[in-house]
Design a protein around this ligand. Structure first.
Ligand code: S3P
Length: 177
């Protein structure tokens, strides 16, 4: 018998908040396919995100991101980790909300800075003062994340496993309703 299509579980939030790690674990726990949008784009383009930004520009990257959000606007039983800038486009959020339940993994600039202190894969944060840049982008985006989600989860003091369990519980409760 064909398995019933469930809503996607979509993770949004700032770079370095744990979307990919949480998404992978959720995918294992629920036996659902995991889609990491940045990964998908890198494979498709055969380039890293840094290379795409440098050689083709941010606008090109955003157009690929938009295409993916549109593709996942239908129910598909997937776990989806988005890129942190996906919320900049209202249509993206509408599409993701249409096909899934959207969780915002909310974190503080300090926590993010700690997570990304040795990371150089985020082109927007390749600046001398990473924390200042994180604060600036966060201030611009915070309301988009809050408005763009169904559920906001403060993960700044949570281990990955705790976040995963929180989301699993939430989904379970919803399924019983
Ligand atoms: C971006 C976040 C990144 C990636 C790109 C741009 C952003 O994804 O899509 O570097 O604008 O916040 P992660 O949130 O997975 O780091």
């Amino acid at each position: 018998m064909k398995k019933k299509m469930e809503k996607n579980i979509v993770l949004i939030g700032f770079m370095g908040c744990g979307k990919t790690s949480v998404g992978k674990r959720l995918s294992m726990a629920l036996r659902r396919e995991f889609v990491d949008m940045d990964d998908f784009i890198e494979k498709r383009e055969q380039m890293t995100i840094n290379e795409i930004f440098a050689q083709k520009g941010e606008a090109y990257f955003r157009s690929l991101e938009k295409e993916l959000c549109s593709r996942y606007s239908v129910y598909g039983s997937k776990i989806i980790a988005t890129g942190g800038g996906v919320v900049k486009n209202k249509e993206n959020i509408e599409n993701l909300k249409k096909g899934g339940i959207v969780f915002y993994l909310k974190s503080t600039p300090e926590h993010i800075n700690e997570n990304l202190k040795r990371d150089d894969t985020r082109p927007l944060l390749n600046t001398p003062d990473k924390l200042a840049k994180i604060k600036e982008l966060m201030a611009e985006r915070e309301s988009f994340y809050e408005d763009g989600c169904h559920v906001s989860v403060d993960v700044s003091n949570m281990e990955i496993e705790e976040t995963v369990n929180y989301i699993l519980e939430y989904i379970k409760k919803g399924a019983k309703k």
